[in-house]
Ligand binder design. Sequence first.
Ligand code: ARG
Length: 587
Amino acid sequence: MKKILELISEEMQQAFAAAGYDPKLGKVTVSNRPDLCEYQCNGAMAGARQYKKAPLMIASDVAKELEDSSVFSSVEAVAPGFLNCMVNPAFLKAYLQRMREEKKFGLEEAKAPQTIIIDYGGPNVAKPLHVGHLRSAIIGESVKRICRYMGHKVIGDIHLGDWGLQMGLIITELRERQPDLVYFDEDYQGEYPKEPPFTIGELEEIYPTASGKSKEDTAYKERAMEATFKLQNGVCGYRALWQHILAVSVADLKKNYDRLQVEFDLWKGESDVHDRIPGMVDYMKREGYAHLSEGALVVEVKEDTDTREIPPCMILKSDGASLYNTTDLATIMERMEEFQPDSMIYVVDKRQDLYFEQVFRCARKTRLVKEDTRLYFLGFGTMNGKDGKPFKTREGGVMRLENLLKEINEEMYKKITQNREVEEKEARETAGQVALAAVKYGDLSNQASKDYIFDVERFTSFEGDTGPYILYTIVRIKSILRKYQEQGGNLEAVRLQDITNESEKSLVMEVAKFNTMLEAAFEEIAPHKICAYIYDLSNAFNKFYHETKILAQEEEKKAGYIALLSLCLDILEVCIDLLGFEAPEKM
Ligand code: ARG
């Protein structure tokens, strides 16, 4: 079904044509003077030169054509040549009626569904999740849901960091501590134990210790590099140990992502493409894309039009070791082979922007992707504390994701139980839901590329542009609908009625913008547009609610309001689902 702005524009274009002007001039936008009108068209001004006429005359001609319009209730030509428009309530009512009847509120799904791979999360094995990973998970999950809702085939891949030096470091530290482990016995022939020789707690302590030691002790670092080399070259004991590290770590990651309601379709990692690297390197050499530079194998990726320096993309180091680049390129190759995606979207810290520029250029130049395969870097900014510096614990350490969520949960629990009696289990559950909304909305309501300040107090507030405010609005609508049913009303039978007051019309106009908004959120890969929309929608609803005794109306009117409310609720719930959270029944 057409978007409301399309219908409005069509009506305006026809009027331009009927008055003898170029219909292209009839472009309509939402008014930037809502005190004067709802929509506006500035086409008469644009046409003045072409027709050698005063803009006001053109505007008047067009306005005359629209006197009996079914779309506009009034169109006014005002100096110097604006067309100020008010929308006909009957047209709005009919539009909403169709939104109620059609699937996905009449949203036009993709005509040719694309295959889209979203690379997000990107945690590193054996390192605890910290708030830096939070943004990738939250944004990526929402982007995935938006693309899917638009009708595309979407594959979310976590792309684990499971292959680099960090693995060698852990293995080295384990060897220091437990040199007698069977994994280090090169003559060992039997099966390796099923149980890992460490817990997740130990693992998380081992990595920072090893990393610290390697910075001070070059011999230690060399041992770690050697361990990495042995692992990557398939030494059995090292592989077996690595499997344990992976399994223990992934189990813990799954728990954390579950809590965040973030779900991946693929749990692939850098290690998965290891076997593809030699073939890819051969290909790049054979085709003349790669050459040696100071012993390293590189692909030149700079272009004449560059305004900043883009260094060559290094494929192999001089000692033959592969790099982060190499695994990313081989992953692109694998994805093209396995899924033939039209598009790959990377949700990664924006500080990796240059890196991805190199990788994308290299993938294009070496024809790992098709000419029209879209490679898109969605770089996000830093989550800062109130001091404007990257978010830390009170003690100044790196904040673990688990602890951050626990803290917000507690805060929400306190708020929920403050003024009323709630059963403990219900209170905990509700606190969990509202806390997640607070964190996710707090993040997603900012344009992804911007840094933002993680402000617990503000994010958990029930007022203002926050997740809890949105949930509160949803819960309020649910409660009205419940009361309506308790009074014997039937939600299935309600019908929209004529729009009779201002705040009702404003609410209806917000509801009608849904498809326009969602298409833009998809096209610009911008979840923050959904946040801005549901904030406006919630405000419009709450204003209407405060000015209207909904349940005290006579039957037909009441049923009409209920029909509007239930549409509004359905849209809000779809929107928060696209953002990755849900609303409780009560709060
Ligand atoms: N593991 C990486 C990091 O922590 C992020 C991975 C991003 N994805 C990718 N395909 N490189 O920085």
